[in-house]
Design a binder for this molecule. Sequence first.
Ligand SMILES: [Zn+2]
Length: 401
Amino acid sequence: MTRFALIALLALLGAIPAAAQKGDRLISATATQLGGDKSRTRLSIDLSDVAEPSVFTLADPYRVIVDLPDVVFGGGALPHQARGLVSAYRYGLIAPGRSRVVVDATGPVAVEQVRTVQIDKGRVRLVIDLVPATRAAFLQKMQRDAPNVEQLPPAPTPKLSSDASDDRPVVVVDPGHGGLDTGAMGAGGEEEKNVVLRFATTLNNLLLESGRYRVLMTRVDDNFVKLDDRVRIARDAAADLFISIHADSLADPFGVRGATVYTLSETASDAEAARLAEKENRADVIAGVDLASETDDVADILIDLARRETKVFSMRFAHNLVTSVKPVIRLNKNPTRAASFVVLKAPDVPSVLLELGYMTSQEDLKLLTSPEWRDKAAAAMVRAIDGFFSARSAGGMLPPG
Ligand SMILES: [Zn+2]
């Protein structure tokens, strides 16, 4: 599909407020289940009413995506067992009022049928049958269905107040993950997406209360936001600082804890940094969004100049941050590192990614979920931000030698 056709399609979709037409009544999904075996695997989703699913596939890794407009998944964790041709699946919000199920297939599959059966009054079952296929057949079908992939609307762009005389610095706070991308998991089922949203909201409020900044969050609720969109939000707002908030997990939880501040580098500072960047960059794979290359068409040389200056500011802020939070936030033994995180790639916005601690460490998790700790840690971050901007205005645009 051409870009123009896509824009036309989005305009058309925007012109039809689907939820409003249904009187804002949302359909709820109450149960999901896998059945069958490697010759035919069935995914069933129980819904409170008939929903029109849109089913398509993505390759590398093999995934089947089921988009459900006007559907919300009921509270409580529904089981995620592996079975037959399905190694895992997850579900959640992809945009306001739009849910998505992402099914990880063990290999190339074909969607044999999608149908809805009435179970009883007020309950219908959406049935999706998968059968094995060849890679060639899978890719061919994916190509044919490609327009469906583009139906995901861009994230609603948060807006700053449009007062032209307001020249206070713009800080963009980016809570990691969201929607069906839950991020890391704590031992008690706590999800990174919620922990970091609460932290980011606290930081956002403190910055606003200070009156010194204009502040924007890349998400304010449990919605999925593509990595590229997070960068775009910062660039559209002409942000002076971008802070992405995360909380990592480790397969080996013993003894490792503490916060780390990351800046962008094409070469990771160590294996741990590389591993983490790879994991954090997988958000769009988790949510089933294909990473169309959305690089800007600005002249490379200008980007290069901006990037060099931005890198100096990013590193300076990273050091500020580590110094300011040291009394409050326990730091990893190697607290400033660099790696290739997608969200840090704006060439003209100083950007850092803060891993607050490890969801898999008991002690870290206790702090991460404590409101008192959150207040103290966010206040320490505000001091780092204050220091960064006062040094910057004192030194003009040039970083101090
Ligand atoms: Zn994360």
